[in-house]
Ligand binder design. Structure first.
Ligand SMILES: Cc1ncc(COP(=O)(O)O)c(C=O)c1O
Length: 476
């Protein structure tokens, strides 16, 4: 394809799951980001591009429409279509280790075509018992309970709060009463409720380095001060947190399965963390997002189960154990802070749809939840082993992949000095939903690696096909 300056490579791959019009969108976005297409530059007419790529005109039109809607292109009628003149110039290439103080624009992991292969954070969408679920939701819908149509209770549907409290007691060693359980619309809503209940502006918060990208972004926007605390093979280095910020108001971490490295916080550090919080009067936010899935040994009890001083705020979600489209999660408030959570909840939280909360309560009460968990533990164990084996076979020494003790993603480590950002970008351009590990670091020297969600890799052919795409992305 010819433009008025540098040529734009538009290799369309019909074997990819990503529809062709979205591939075109991605190629344009990458070309703009990399400076191959500049603000104000004219792009080919729809008809010309369609002819050049042997595509239907409608396909190119659909891509241009999306790019115009998202602000990348500007349609000027008879004067043609140009790259939006208001777009900022592309950033100069960064030196290694020279990371921005605030993360760049959020990578989108999904688009109109649905989730991408290897997308992080997804459970096995093909294995969710949809028939059962549909039946439960339909049953609730057909019922005549007016409550289903009315405003929901901001703290959550009472029977669901009871089920969550029971489940946590039995499965996670967390003893709490239903009044401590607040149902929220996802982890960021949990953080919002927690901060509004307990934080003051500019409070310091220990944060794992590297640590969960979305939480990083959320907290930066929330106006708290992030104190990066490095992570090693035993989890967050608690003594380093104490050294860097002894009076921090919060420590936020993923003790069971560190995000993104996958390590577990050692017992020694759990006790040190609790001792610090007890002494400093600080709060520990325990993000227990996927601890249900362990393939080696038994699931570890939650940190909250050791909390004698009532310092731990326990956060869980239905996103992994059911499906993330539900947007249902929960937080267990410390007993001494229930009043504050309740009053913030009443003024801030519009509540989550009763229909789904009630259907989840039914799903648990009728035994489907525990059956599903049991099946998924087995399934993920198999898919995890298959994916790791295939990566080793196809990628050989290009990556170091270890079997993880649990969770829904694999970390493929790359040799020191490798530009994982570039590899991830190439893989994303090829349609995958993967992340570069280095982008999840705040302050510690970034290690290169690729974060790969394996839960939806259902068979050996798919595993091989995806591993080959990764190989191509690594080899450039
Ligand atoms: C580290 C971490 N915490 C929490 C969550 C849960 O987020 P949500 O409940 O909004 O789906 C996720 C989901 O991927 C996660 O990776």
């Amino acid at each position: 394809m010819k433009t008025s300056s540098a040529p734009l490579e538009l290799g369309i791959d019909r074997t990819l799951e990503l529809p062709v019009y979205l591939q075109i969108c991605q190629r344009f976005k990458t070309a703009i980001a990399q400076g191959h297409l500049r603000a104000g530059q004219r792009v080919p007419a729809v008809r010309a591009l369609a002819v050049e790529l042997s595509l239907a005109r409608g396909t190119v039109e659909a891509a241009y429409r999306i790019l115009a809607d998202e602000g990348y292109l500007q349609v000027r009628g008879a004067a043609g279509t140009v790259v939006s003149p208001s777009l900022p110039p592309p950033a100069a290439p960064r030196k290694r280790n020279d990371r921005p103080a605030t993360p760049g624009p959020l990578q989108r992991d999904h688009d109109e075509a649905g989730p991408r292969p290897l997308q992080l954070g997804l459970p096995a969408l093909d294995a969710f018992p949809r028939k059962v679920w549909n039946r439960l939701v339909a049953h609730r819908l057909r019922g005549h309970e007016q409550r289903m149509l009315a405003y929901p209770e901001p703290a959550g549907y009472r029977p669901l709060r009871e089920h969550i409290a029971t489940y946590l007691g039995l499965s996670r060693g967390v003893s709490c009463v239903p009044e401590q359980v607040f149902v929220t619309a996802g982890y960021r809503a949990t953080l919002e409720l927690t901060l509004r209940s307990l934080a003051a502006p500019d409070d310091a918060i220990w944060f794992e380095d590297p640590g969960y990208l979305l939480a990083q972004r959320f907290l930066r926007n929330a106006g708290v001060r992030l104190v990066p605390v490095p992570v090693d093979q035993h989890g967050m280095i608690v003594e380093e947190g104490v050294r860097r910020s002894p009076d921090a108001r919060f420590a936020l971490l993923t003790p069971s399965h560190q995000s993104p490295l996958g390590v577990t916080l050692s017992l020694e550090r759990r006790l040190a963390l609790l001792a610090w919080a007890g002494k400093a009067g600080s709060w520990i936010v325990e993000d227990d997002y996927d601890s249900e899935f362990r393939y080696q040994g038994r699931p570890l009890p939650a940190l909250k189960s050791l909390d004698r001083d009532d310092r731990v705020i326990y956060c869980g979600t239905f996103s992994k154990v059911m499906f993330p489209g539900l947007r249902l999660s929960y937080v267990v408030a410390p007993a001494g802070a229930v009043g504050r959570f309740q009053s913030v909840c009443e003024s801030l939280n519009a509540g989550c749809p009763y229909l789904f909360q009630a259907s989840v309560a039914d799903f648990i009460a009728q035994g489907h939840f525990s059956r599903h968990l049991k099946r998924m533990r087995l399934l993920y164990g198999e898919r995890h082993a298959l994916f790791v084996r295939t990566l080793r076979e196809v990628l050989g020494r290009r990556v170091g992949v270890e079997l993880q003790a649990g969770g829904l993603r694999v970390l493929a480590k790359l040799a020191a000095g490798t530009d994982d950002g570039m590899i991830a970008e190439r893989a994303r351009t090829a349609g995958l939903g993967i992340h570069a590990l280095s982008r999840w670091y705040l302050d510690a020297p970034p290690q290169p690696g690729l974060l790969l969600g394996f839960a939806n890799v259902a068979d050996a052919d798919t595993a091989k096909r995806l591993a080959l795409v990764l190989k191509k992305a690594i080899d450039g």
